[in-house]
Design a protein around this ligand. Structure first.
Ligand code: ADP
Ligand code: MG
Length: 697
C-alpha cells in the first residue's frame, strides 16, 4: 500500500482518538503526511544537563532528577501547578497550566525522571513549562543520538501527543513501513544534485544516525521541496510564453528619438541605458513582456517607464501607468508632463477623484486614440475605461496591487499588453525566483550622479533637544524635513492622536517655520493640497503617517525623522528613508526609538545605520522575518509553504533546482517523455488542488 493511502488511525500507537487530533491539529491524515512532519530541532540525548548549568541560551535540553514537591498557585487563567524538580546541582520549577490533577496523580516523588523541555526565565528563575517527562530507565540503551523535537499543540499534549509520543509513532511507522517509501526523483537528477535517496533521507531526518547523515537528509528534502516548486513554475511560465504572443514593437521612432535627443534634461545613467536595452529586446521579440524592474528609491525608474511608453507610441500603441495612490499618480502625471514639455503627446490623469465631467472626454479620448498615455490609480482598470489599442501597461510599486488587479489589466485588450512592473521594494533574488519563476528581472543598480549617500542616525527619544537643534540647522540652510509617525491599525484614534500631537509639538518647537500635516484620515483633496504646499516649499516641515511611503519626490527635503522607528519593518524604513537624498545635498535619516529595545529591533536599527543598499536590507529583512511576512508575498497571492528550505539561506539550492527544472521543461514542456513520468506524477500529487499562480505574474 502506498504510504499516502495508509490512514494514520491504523498506525501502531495511534487509534481513532489520537488520529482525530492529528488530523484536526496538524493536518496529518496519512503515513506519508506523518513522515513529512519534520522535527523543528534536535536534542542531543547523549547529554544530560545539570540544573546549575542552565543558561539563557539553553535550547531544548534533558535533565535527570526527582520531583520533591507539588503546589498549585494562581487564580483563573493563571492557575498553575508547580513541581519542584531536583537534581544534584539544584532545583528548577516545572509548570503546568492544564491537566493539573492528571499530572499530580501521574508523577510520583522518589522516582527518577528524565525531563525534556526548554527552560525559560521567569522573574529571575528558570522554569520549564509543560515538559515531556519519562521515567528514567537505567537499562535503556543510551542511544547517544540526536532526537527530533516536534511541534505539538496544547490539545495534542492533552491527548498524549507530546513530542516524545510523536517520536514513538514515527519511529514505529518507520520500522514497519520504511520499505514502502517511494522515490520521487529520477536517478539522473539524484546523481546530478548529489542527493541521498528519499528513504534514507526520511529515516535520518527523524532518527539521525549521526550529524553528517542529518545534514544530507536535510539537503535532500530541501532540494526536493524547492525542485518541485520550480518545476511547477517553469512549466506554467513556459506554457504562458508559448500561448501568449506579444505585440511586436519593431521600431524606435519619432517620439523616442526626439525625446532622447531634444528633451531629456540629463544623461541617462549606465543602468538606465542597460535596462532600456533589455526592455527593447523584449518588446521586439514577439513574446509578451513580463518584466520586473527593480531599482532602489531615487534610481530613476519613472524615466525608464516613460521612455518604454514612448517605444509603444512609436509603434502606434497607447500606454498607461498605474500607481497605488493618488498622490503618486499625480506626481507621475506632473513629472511626465514636465519631461515631455511641448511634445505632441496626449497625456491624461485618471484617479478616483477625477470628476464625472472630466471623465467623459477621457473615456472618449482613450477610445478614439487621441490620448496616448494614461496615468492613474486603479481607477484605470475599471470596466468603463476602454482603450483603442493599449500596447504597454506599467505598474508602479506593484506590491500594492494584487494578482486579480494585474489580471484585469491583462484583460483590457483582446490581446494582453506588454507589462512592466516597477518596484523599489527589492525582492531578494531567491524569493523572486521562487515566487515569480521566469518573470524577467531588470535591475537599476546605480543612482543618478551627484547623490550623496544618506547618513542614518539612531537616536533615543529622550534626547529630543539635540535632535531639534540639528533639524534647525538644516532648516536654516533652506532645507525641508519630514517627520513620520507609525500607523497602528488596531487603533486609528491613537494614530491620529500621535500625528496630531506631533504636529502641535513641532509647531511649538519651530515657531519660525511652517508645518503641514498629511495622514490617511484626511480627504484626498486636503492631502494633495498639503503635499503640494510642501513640494512648492511653502511648508518647511511635513508631519505625516506612512502615506508618504512610496514615490514622493521633493529633492529639497534632506531630513527624514522616523518616530517610533521600532514599529516599522526594515523594508518600510528603507522606503521612508528613500524620500530624502534625492537632490545634491547631504541628507539625513534619524531613527527615533525608546532606549529600551528588543534584540530584534536593535538589529534592525544597526542594519539601517550601516547599510544604504536596498538589496542588502531586504535580504536581512527576509532572514529576520521569514518570507511569509515579507511585504509582497502575501499580496502576490502565493501561499506556498516551505517545510525545511529557507529562502534566505538556501539560495544555492534555489539556483540549482531552477537550472535543472528549466532544462527539463525546455526539452519536455508538458512532461510527456517516459523518463519524466515520475516527475509528472509527483507534480500532480502536489499541486493539483492549488491555484496555478504561474499563469499570471
Ligand atoms: P524612483 O526610481 O524612486 O521612482 P524617480 O523616477 O522618482 O525615482 O527619480 C528620482 C529623481 O531622479 C527624479 O527627480 C528624476 O528626475 C531624477 N533622475 C532620473 N534619472 C536621472 C538621471 N539619469 N540623472 C539625473 N537625475 C535623474
Ligand atoms: Mg517611483
Amino acid at each position: 500500500m502506498e504510504l499516502s493511502e495508509r490512514d494514520i488511525t491504523y498506525l501502531p500507537g495511534v487509534g481513532p482518538k489520537k488520529a482525530e487530533v492529528l488530523k484536526k491539529e496538524i493536518n496529518i491524515h496519512s503515513a506519508e503526511d506523518l513522515l513529512s512532519y519534520y522535527p523543528f530541532r534536535y536534542i542531543d540525548r547523549s547529554k544530560i544537563y545539570s540544573i546549575s548549568e542552565i543558561q539563557a541560551s539553553s535550547a531544548y535540553i534533558q535533565l535527570k532528577g526527582k520531583i520533591i514537591h507539588f503546589e498549585t498557585i494562581g487564580e483563573g487563567a493563571a492557575r498553575r501547578l508547580i513541581a519542584k524538580f531536583k537534581d544534584e546541582s539544584g532545583i528548577i520549577d516545572l509548570v503546568w497550566f492544564k491537566g493539573i490533577k492528571f499530572i499530580q496523580n501521574k508523577y510520583k516523588f522518589n522516582t527518577e525522571y528524565i525531563v525534556f523541555g526548554k527552560p525559560t526565565l521567569f522573574g529571575n528563575k528558570y522554569n520549564i513549562a509543560h515538559p515531556d517527562i519519562e521515567e528514567f530507565d537505567p537499562k535503556a540503551e543510551i542511544t547517544g543520538g540526536l532526537a527530533g523535537c516536534y511541534n505539538t499543540s496544547e490539545k495534542m499534549k492533552n491527548h498524549f501527543l507530546g513530542t516524545k509520543a510523536i517520536q514513538r509513532i514515527i519511529q514505529s511507522t518507520l520500522t514497519s513501513f520504511a520499505n514502502d517509501i517511494t522515490e520521487t526523483l529520477p536517478p539522473s537528477i539524484m546523481k546530478r544534485a548529489n542527493v541521498i535517496s528519499r528513504k534514507e533521507a526520511l529515516l535520518n531526518i527523524h532518527l539521525p544516525q549521526n550529524l553528517d547523515l542529518l545534514k544530507k537528509a536535510e539537503y535532500r528534502l530541501k532540494f526536493e521541496e524547492l525542485f518541485f516548486l520550480q518545476l511547477n513554475i517553469q512549466r506554467y511560465s513556459k506554457q504562458r510564453s508559448e500561448k501568449v504572443g506579444g505585440y511586436v514593437f519593431s521600431k524606435i521612432g519619432e517620439h523616442f528619438n526626439s525625446f532622447y535627443h531634444n528633451y531629456l534634461p540629463f544623461p541617462l545613467t549606465g543602468a538606465q541605458k542597460r535596462v532600456l536595452k533589455e526592455i527593447r529586446v523584449d518588446l521586439g521579440s514577439g513574446h509578451q513582456m513580463n518584466r520586473l524592474l527593480q531599482g532602489d528609491v531615487g534610481s530613476g525608474k519613472t524615466l525608464v517607464g516613460l521612455m518604454t511608453m514612448l517605444m509603444g507610441l512609436d509603434n502606434g500603441f497607447q500606454a498607461c501607468i498605474m500607481a497605488p495612490t493618488e498622490i503618486l499618480a499625480n506626481q507621475h502625471y506632473e513629472s511626465i508632463k514636465a519631461f515631455l514639455k511641448d511634445m505632441p503627446i496626449g497625456v491624461e490623469l485618471l484617479t478616483g477623484s477625477t470628476t464625472k465631467k472630466k471623465r467623459e472626454p477621457i473615456h472618449e479620448g482613450l477610445r478614439n486614440g487621441s490620448i496616448h498615455i494614461l496615468i492613474g490609480t486603479h481607477a484605470l482598470i475599471e470596466d468603463e475605461v476602454q482603450f483603442k489599442n493599449l500596447g504597454i501597461a506599467i505598474i508602479d510599486e506593484q506590491h500594492r496591487f494584487g494578482v486579480a488587479q494585474r489580471a484585469k489589466l491583462w484583460a483590457k485588450n483582446n490581446h494582453p499588453p506588454h507589462i512592466l512592473v516597477m518596484t523599489a521594494t527589492p525582492i531578494p533574488r531567491t524569493l523572486a525566483m521562487t515566487v515569480y519563476g521566469d518573470l524577467d528581472v531588470s535591475v537599476i543598480d546605480e543612482l543618478p550622479p551627484g547623490r550623496k549617500p544618506i547618513q542614518t542616525i539612531h537616536q533615543f527619544d529622550n534626547r529630543r533637544g539635540s535632535l531639534y537643534a540639528s533639524m534647525k540647522k538644516q532648516l536654516e540652510e533652506g532645507r525641508q524635513i519630514y517627520i513620520v509617525y507609525p500607523l497602528i491599525q488596531e487603533n486609528e484614534k491613537m494614530d491620529l492622536k500621535n500625528v496630531e500631537d506631533g504636529f502641535y509639538q513641532i509647531q511649538a518647537a519651530f515657531p519660525d517655520y511652517r508645518v503641514c500635516m498629511v495622514h490617511g484620515k484626511m480627504k484626498a483633496k486636503d492631502k494633495d493640497a498639503a503635499m503640494q504646499r510642501f513640494a512648492a516649499c511653502e511648508a518647511h516641515i511635513m508631519v505625516a503617517t506612512t502615506v508618504i511611503e512610496v514615490g514622493v519626490n521633493v529633492p529639497n527635503a534632506t531630513v527624514m525623522v522616523i518616530e517610533n522607528a521600532e514599529r516599522f519593518g526594515l523594508s518600510q524604513l528603507h522606503q521612508l528613508r528613500g524620500r530624502v537624498g534625492r537632490g545634491g545635498d547631504q541628507s539625513y535619516c534619524v531613527l527615533v526609538t525608546s532606549p529600551k529595545l528588543s534584540n530584534d529591533t536593535r538589529k534592525r536599527m544597526d542594519i539601517m545605520v550601516k547599510s544604504n543598499d536596498g538589496f542588502e536590507i531586504s535580504e536581512a529583512d527576509l532572514s529576520l522575518r521569514g518570507p511569509g511576512d515579507l511585504e509582497g508575498t502575501q499580496q502576490s497571492g502565493i501561499a506556498f509553504d516551505l517545510k525545511l528550505a529557507n529562502l534566505a539561506t538556501d539560495g544555492q539550492i534555489v539556483q540549482l533546482t531552477r537550472d535543472i527544472a528549466r532544462e527539463i521543461i525546455e526539452k519536455d514542456p508538458a512532461l510527456n517523455m517516459h523518463e519524466n513520468q515520475l516527475l509528472a506524477r509527483q507534480l500532480r500529487k502536489m499541486f493539483s488542488k492549488k491555484f496555478n499562480w504561474g499563469i499570471i505574474s
